[in-house]
Design a protein around this ligand. Structure first.
Ligand code: 6R9
Length: 640
């Protein structure tokens, strides 16, 4: 049994039990004395990061660890030359890890298994890099990747990095319109996709969506198509190329050197939802990003050579970038990747794979845990999960009930739960625990080593412990986003203007008397639906593009499994009846113009939307209405 005890029971703000980590997890961990390390790193954050950066490959050293002269445009490891691929792949090839498995992949049809040693991965990356180079892709060019969870997504990301190109991975569930916007904005010349992806036994037609998306693209000259489902697709004889055919061409063969870059050169952009309809392209760079993802995965998930690491995220999200692709390879770990969903064909698919492949460390999202919890323990109990030693969660708060289930049923009270709070923008964990730290079910934990977080009021003053406020971060960190691609002004105004000198996270939280942070949720117009980040404005602009819709507003409502559900208030054209059929049509319309993950869950059809005098939609009124609550004092509308 896990030992639990109350700490500071007298303090109302730390009224939750600590759960001590199992002794074995703590004793063998890289970080044992976390208090000492916390103190040491905070005493000299730059010294701490510089020391850790030494564990990775640099072809020329930095002269300055952190340059903040143009803050908030921070620069890390200034003067250094590197390439993330030198540390993620190349350096392992000169060691015994050369023959170690870097990646184990299993298809939705689990008889499909592909494995890659570090050596084999290196060869695959070179092949893709040679092909991209032959298509004219060079340093600073953007390549859009629209691939399912298959090994080629890893090869392509690393191939781009190897030659200094910038990858832009778009989740392979976005519609053609969302894809067009991202391709056009980044001016990609090459797109890498697959014929289709397997989703619950059916083919999702990726290539058809790409055809639609790039039909009028002024920039895309080449589309590389990976054969995955074997489904019939139309190939443009000039623009489209089968990947397996390109691989046979002489140009694909031979070595491809890893280009040494400035540490600050861009590695990737990743579009994420903000509070306007236009998604933001968060930009990360080679040097700092590699240090941040390496150190956090290594320490927080205590990666050892014998581990088998499974991060269930899709590479289309930041979690997939940092902790499915780059982090594990930087640590020289064996990463596991599964193509399918957890509930297909039965809700024990994940448990079966953990048993079969001896997964030791399993990192997933609260929405998945809650979904699987509903199917009952029996599905878990029929598998031997004794290989597991660590569990992790990301994307939204892990509520205490789901925490307890994950801990008891999946982890058999043997595995610490590492709840990691972070963002696309932060690139790496910011608030979490390490295995030797006591845990609090429902709390994310403490700021990572070298970081300090605070909870402040609207004026930037720290609020007392236990009081909810805006979560801010005090210190710059290596894997922070460098800017919003081609929109530096929006970078400054979104993250740095509200509280000068502090990073504004957009989350509300409270800190308890023990220094543990409890994340409450977003304070802006972003909602997390099944862990996916959505902007209400994106859903609204999808809705108003429907001919029957005059105006629309979207809000997030609490949902037992998904965390949040999308509720929309839609003003229809006069004379249009709000029928069930129309609701279904609007749902499909949002799926087709944005993504199936954004489909509204519930509707109402008011005659007009409540607004301030300056025209801002009053979402809190709509939310209250949908929940059947008091709408609040409408006389203060203007101040909202
Ligand atoms: C990594 C990722 C960021 C937002 C973030 C917060 C929420 C993420 C969380 C969490 C509570 C956690 N969030 N992790 N909330 N506990 N462990 O999810 O990035 O998609 O950019 O979303 O997700 O609200 O601000 P991203």
């Amino acid at each position: 049994m896990a030992r639990t005890h109350k700490q500071s029971a007298s303090s109302a703000s730390s009224n939750r039990s600590f759960v001590d980590p199992p002794a074995q997890a703590a004793d063998n961990a890289w970080v044992r004395d976390w208090r000492a390390l916390e103190e040491e790193a905070l005493g000299d954050p730059q010294g701490y990061w510089a020391r850790r950066a030494e564990e990775l490959e640099w072809s020329a050293p930095w002269h300055t660890v952190l340059d903040d002269t143009e803050a908030p445009f921070y620069r890390w490891f200034v003067g250094a030359r590197t390439n993330i691929v030198s540390s993620a792949v190349d350096r392992h090839l000169g060691t015994a890890r050369k023959n170690k498995l870097a990646l184990i992949w299993v298809g939705e049809d689990t008889s499909q298994v592909r494995t890659f040693s570090y050596f084999a991965l290196g060869r695959e990356v070179e092949r893709m890099a040679n092909i991209l180079k032959a298509m004219g892709v060079g340093k600073g060019d953007v390549v859009t990747i629209y691939l399912p969870r298959i090994p080629e997504v890893v090869f392509t990301m690393l191939a781009c990095a190897k030659i200094g190109a910038i990858h832009s991975v778009v989740f392979a569930g976005y519609s053609s319109e969302a894809l067009t916007a991202r391709i056009d904005d980044s001016e990609s010349t090459v797109v890498v996709t697959a014929d289709g992806s397997w989703v619950n036994g059916r083919v999702f037609p990726l290539k058809d969506i790409i055809d639609e998306a790039v039909r009028f693209s002024p920039t895309v000259h080449n589309v590389i198509v990976v054969r995955n489902t074997g489904s019939e697709v139309t190939m443009d004889p000039i623009r489209d190329h089968w990947y397996h055919e390109l691989c046979k061409m002489p140009v694909a063969k031979g070595r491809c050197e890893t280009l040494q870059l400035d540490a600050e050169d861009p590695l990737f952009i990743l579009y994420t939802s903000g509070s306007t309809g236009q998604p933001k392209a968060v930009l990360h760079s080679h040097g700092g990003y590699m240090v941040g993802t390496y150190v956090t995965l290594h320490d927080c998930f205590d990666i050892h050579d014998e581990d088998r690491w499974w991060c269930t995220s899709d590479p289309g999200w930041i979690t997939g970038h940092s902790y499915l692709v780059y982090g594990p390879l930087l640590c020289g770990a064996t990463a596991f990747m599964y193509e399918g969903n957890p509930t297909y064909p039965y809700p024990d698919r994940w448990w079966d794979l953990i048993e079969r492949y001896g997964i030791t460390s399993f990192y997933t999202a609260p929405t998945a845990i809650r979904t699987l919890m509903r199917f009952g323990e029996a599905w878990v109990r029929r598998h031997d999960l004794s290989s597991l030693r660590l569990l992790g969660s990301v994307g939204e708060p892990l509520n205490p009930e789901a925490w307890a289930w994950f801990h008891q049923v999946v982890g058999q009270e043997r595995c610490p739960i590492i709840d990691t709070w972070w963002q696309t923008e932060t690139g790496m964990f910011q608030i979490t625990t390490v295995p030797s730290m006591p845990m609090k079910p429902g709390a994310a934990g403490r700021p990572v080593f070298g970081q300090e977080a605070a909870v402040v009021d609207e004026d930037g003053n720290e609020v007392p412990d236990g009081v909810e406020g805006n979560l801010v971060l005090r210190h710059p960190w290596p894997s922070m986003m460098r800017t919003l691609y081609r929109d530096p002004q929006r970078y400054v105004s979104t993250y740095w203007e509200k509280y000068p000198g502090l990073y504004h996270t957009g989350d509300s939280a409270r800190r308890d008397a023990d220094g543990w942070f409890w994340i409450i949720g977003r304070t802006d117009d972003i909602i997390k639906v099944s862990g996916h980040r959505l902007g209400t404005a994106e859903v609204e602009s999808a809705l108003v593009s429907h001919p029957s819709v005059v105006e629309a507003a979207a809000v997030g409502l609490p949902h037992e499994v998904k965390g949040h559900a999308v509720h929309v208030s839609v003003v229809l054209l006069p004379g249009t009846e709000p029928t069930r059929r129309l609701e279904a049509e609007l749902r499909e319309h949002v799926a087709a113009t944005l993504s199936p993950i954004a489909k509204p869950d519930s509707f109402d059809f008011p005659e007009s939307l409540p607004k301030t005098r300056s025209g801002k939609i009053l979402r809190r009124v709509l939310r209250a209405r949908a929940l059947g609550q008091d709408e609040g004092d409408l006389t203060t509308l203007d101040a909202d």
